[in-house]
Ligand binder design. Structure first.
Ligand code: GRF
Length: 203
């Protein structure tokens, strides 16, 4: 199950991996959820024949009600893993209680550096020479959960010219490959989380 807010290129990479590798990939996308109707990821899902749902904060009286609705909509597909692929909302207590330890997020920076919604811009503003992407499990903080894998991307002088747009594109290219690799490995081999350490494979 994949949650999106944006263009959904990370989702597309997962859909492509499933289409190209079939059963040997180890996972398939059972549904796609979004927090806005404009999320490009919804169309990508529909094109791939994957069911979708939209769960908007503004359609609910308060945040906890939204969280409950998101939890129920997700639970209806009984996913083994929930992939937050550019989902720009912090999930709430109920969602975490239900899916904790099974929610994977992708972030466009090398955590714990530059968490939050502006990981690319913040890395540039800091003057970092190397940044990258992190795939990690979600806990109750913002981008604080156990790291599964990271890949580095060099910051170039010209990245300052367009406020990080080209840098984000280079990060996303790497990020898509990393997410596809991580989801496949978790699905095929299983995993355990011991404190902050993620171990691949069953005991
Ligand atoms: C990714 O870089 C993700 O890490 C960030 O937003 C971007 C989403 O891209 N939070 P897309 O919607 O998958 O194309």
């Amino acid at each position: 199950m994949v949650l999106v807010s944006g263009s959904g290129s990370n989702l597309q990479a997962l859909l492509d991996a499933v289409a190209e590798q079939g059963e040997s990939y180890g996972a398939r996308v059972v549904a796609v959820g979004a927090d806005r109707t404009s999320a490009g990821g919804l169309e990508r899902a529909e094109r791939a024949g994957v069911p979708t749902f939209v769960c908007r904060v503004r359609d609910h009286a308060h945040r906890a009600a939204w969280d409950r609705a998101l939890t129920e909509a997700t639970a209806a597909y009984a996913p083994d893993l929930v992939i937050s692929a550019g989902f720009m909302k912090i999930v709430g207590e109920e969602f975490l209680a239900r899916f904790g330890g099974r929610i994977v997020n992708t972030h466009p920076a090398l955590l714990p550096s530059f968490p939050g919604a502006h990981g690319v811009r913040d890395a540039l503003a800091y003057g970092a020479k190397v940044t990258g992407c992190t795939v990690h499990f979600v806990d109750d903080g913002v981008d604080t959960g156990p790291v599964i894998a990271q890949r580095a991307v060099e910051v170039l002088e010209e990245d300052y010219a367009d406020e990080g747009a080209a840098l984000h594109e280079r990060i996303k290219e790497v990020e898509r490959g990393l997410l596809v690799d991580v989801v496949g490995l978790l699905a095929r081999y299983g995993y355990s989380i011991e404190g902050r350490k993620v171990r691949l494979g069953h005991e």
